[in-house]
Each structure stands twice: as C-alpha cells, then as structure tokens.
Design a protein around this ligand. Structure first.
Ligand code: RM4
Ligand code: MN
Ligand code: MN
Length: 424
C-alpha cells in the first residue's frame, strides 16, 4: 500500500502555513538550522523486519490485523513508512524469519521502494522445525562441537543471503549463557564462542562488518556469554578490524550509563551500530524515546562528539537500527514515533554548542555544562525534522496522514484481520 503524491501534497498543504510559522521562529533563534536540516535529510534508520507485526510476550500475543504475511509485504510496509518520513530507507532481515527466496525479486521490490538492506541478523537462539540439533544449552558456546558447527553454518548461510541482497553487515546476537551457577565453565564458553565467531568472521566479505551484540540477561538469567560491552569488546578486538560492538539500548543492567559506554567504544573505534528502543526495566523493547528521551539525547550527544572527533560520517559510518516490538500499538504508528524520536534526539544533539561545552568543562563550570546540554535538549526541534521530511517529499505529520487516509483499515481489508507476521 502506498499513498499518492497528491494525497501527501494535500496533507502538507493543509499544514504548511503553521509549520512555516514554527520554522521561522526557530530560524530566528538558531544560527545553523540549514546545516542541521541537511544532516537530518541524510540520516536514515533501518527498520527490522520483525517489528512490522505485533510482538508477543511469553503470556500471549494480540495481533492487530493487517500484519504483513510475507517478506514482500514487510518491504511494502517499510516502503510506506519511508514514503511518509523519508528517514526509514533500509530494512534489516532476520533469518530464518524472513528468508529472501528469490533475491533478485526481493532486491527489485526494495529498490522500487527506495530501500536498502541493512545488517543481516542470524538466529541461533531458537530451534527451527527442520533443525537436527538443539540450542537448548547454547549455540556457539555449546560443549558439543556439532552444535557449534550448526550455529556457524547458519551464520555462513545468513552472510550468503546478505551478499545476494547487497547487505554489508552481519549482526550476531547470542542468547548463550547459563541459568544456574556451576552450569558452565565461563572461560570454556568464551573460548568456544570466540572460536565459532572466528570461523564466521573468516567468511565475511572484505567490505562487511560484523556486529557483536551483547545483552545482560534473558533468556539466560545467571550468566550471558556476551553479557556486556566489555565482553563484546573483547570478542571484537580478538576477531579483528571488521568486528565491532553493537549497543542495544535495552540490553543493560538498570541505570547503566550507556552514553559513557558509547563514548569509550567510539574512542576505541569499536562501536559498530545501534539497536534503538526504550525501556523502564529490562529489554522492554518499547517505542524509542517513550520513557527516557533525555538519555537518548545524551547518547546522541556523545555519538556526535565522538564521531566528529574521528571525522566520521554521521549517516553512514555506524549502523542505525530500531529493535522494538509492539504489543499494544499499531506497529507502523509505533515505528513512525520511534524514528521521529531518533531524529529529534539527533537534531537536539546537533544544536549543542560544543566549543562552549568544552570551555565550560575546562573551567569546571558544572552549572554551565548542564545549561548548555539542557538548552539544546529543551529546544523544540520538531519543525526542523518536519522540514527535512517535507523537502524530501514526505509528510509533515506522518501519524496524522496515516490515520486520515485509513492506512491500517486498508491493510486489514487487503490482508485480513487474522494475519500474524513472523518474528518474536
Ligand atoms: C534480542 C536482540 C536481538 C534481536 C532479537 C529478536 O533480544 O535484541 O538484536 O534480534 O532480540
Ligand atoms: Mn537487539
Ligand atoms: Mn533485545
């Protein structure tokens, strides 16, 4: 489903006057709005193929209707999102949830929607129907070599799918770990995992990156074999220059200082990418920016600072992806909100007066440091984000047009009300 240019034009015309008033006010207040808008226009956030349906919890799943029934329909949904916000120009596939059986056709369809293929995600945390050996006691850490080999082979297959699609990165998230003290030999598990990852790393094309994603707990609750950024960094350092740490915002112990983690990983040139989501407790996978928008801003503040220092390209030198799951919201509306929250945090962080902050830090002027950050954070940058969308042909208010044009209703009538997308 796509909206027509005319429908988007009509929507924008009805809101343009008010939008321009707000934009003018910002232009008067700030000196660098054209540069910020240009950077926003270049910034793209990949959408995971598993976020387009309703995610379940272990207590149940409540599909909302009109969920995509195939990879093709997922691509169409991301295409629609990108049409509305012009910042969702990539999709990230999880294998085997979304196997591209006909790579050429899938590539063509994505190109029609102006979408690229972001990181490929492997899955050695669930047993599949046709699988011979079980991951019950882990995959790459497993004491059984044949099980480790099965996980390695799966990752090699995922790289192959990615090559066929034009992706250039692999994200490995392992649920490996233990639930009880004594269950595992920590060092042996680490070594097994490292050796397995090394075999996958060896198969990476030279222009690919490997992202090693860590997670503090769940589904294992006593130890995780890639449990924090320290462990992930160890693997990435031992693997080599194409391996990096991936930070998923929901994968830390409560109150972790994620912005500091990001800053140090960047310093070491070992930050690879992001999975954005928000949480109150654990890996809640809630809408980005819905719980802790200030934390998101502080993370972007460190990202920009660290990337600028290294002369990195904000848009292309790290992998930006959402990793969320929706139990009570329309998945497309939720993704619109998540992408918007990321763009807002990025824009606010671009407004931080870095020279002033540096001198305030040098002078130990703690009050001024806080003022500088909070001045940026408290600026309503939404007109800048909307202007970036508008000039790229998107909609001024994506959620409003989504509802006005009854997009979900149209998807329900096209796909049915009982469809269930693959994913968690
Ligand atoms: C994990 C982790 C991975 C994601 C799976 C679905 O908790 O965040 O990135 O692929 O969930
Ligand atoms: Mn993740
Ligand atoms: Mn997660």
């Amino acid at each position: 489903m796509r909206l027509t240019r005319e429908q988007i034009g009509e929507h924008n015309d009805s809101l343009r006057k008010f939008h321009l008033q707000k934009l003018d006010a910002l232009n008067e207040m700030l000196s660098n709005t054209p540069a910020v808008i240009d950077q926003l226009k270049a910034f793209q956030v990949a959408i995971p193929s598993w976020a387009l349906g309703t995610g379940g919890t272990r207590f149940g799943r409540f599909p909302g209707g009109g969920e995509p029934r195939s990879l093709e329909e997922k691509i169409e949904d991301v295409g629609l999102l990108h049409q509305l916000n012009r910042s969702s120009g990539a999709i990230s596939l999880h294998i085997p949830w979304d196997i591209p059986r006909n790579a050429k056709a899938i590539r063509d369809l994505a190109a029609q929607h102006e979408l690229k293929f972001d990181a490929m995600n492997s899955n050695a945390f669930q047993d599949q129907a046709n699988q011979t050996l079980s991951y019950k006691f882990g995959s790459m850490q497993n004491v059984n070599k044949a099980i480790r080999q099965q996980a390695i082979d799966h990752n090699l297959e995922v790289i192959q799918y990615g090559k066929d699609l034009g992706s250039t990165s692999l994200t490995v998230w392992l649920s490996d770990g233990s639930c009880f003290p004594g269950q595992l030999n920590f060092r042996r598990s680490f070594q097994n995992t490292l050796e397995s990852l090394q075999l996958v790393y060896a198969a990476l094309p030279s222009d690919w990156k490997m992202f090693v994603e860590y997670k503090a707990f769940e589904p294992n609750f006593y130890s995780m074999t890639v449990g924090d950024w320290g462990q992930s960094l160890l693997y990435a350092q031992k693997l080599g220059p194409q391996a990096f740490t991936l930070v998923d915002l929901g994968h830390h112990l409560p109150n972790a200082n994620i912005e500091q983690i990001v800053s140090l990983l960047l310093m070491e040139s070992k930050l690879g990418g992001f999975h954005f989501n928000d949480s109150k407790y654990g890996d809640d996978d809630l809408t980005v920016g819905s719980i802790r928008p200030y934390q998101l801003f502080l993370i972007f503040n460190e990202l920009i600072d660290g990337m600028n220092e290294k002369g990195m390209n904000h848009a292309s030198d790290l992998g930006w992806m959402i990793d969320a799951s929706h139990n009570v919201k329309d998945p497309l509306e939720d993704l619109i909100q998540s992408v918007e929250a990321i763009m807002i945090a990025y824009a606010q962080a671009l407004l931080v007066d870095r020279d002033a902050l540096k001198s305030a830090q040098q002078e130990n002027d703690v009050t001024r440091c806080q003022e500088i950050l909070q001045n940026a954070f408290r600026t309503d940058v939404r007109p800048l984000v909307a202007e970036a969308r508008l000039t790229l042909g998107g909609a001024l208010e994506p959620i409003r047009i989504f509802r006005d044009r009854k997009v979900r209703e149209a998807l329900v009538s096209a796909r049915g009300s009982n469809t269930v997308a693959t994913g968690l």
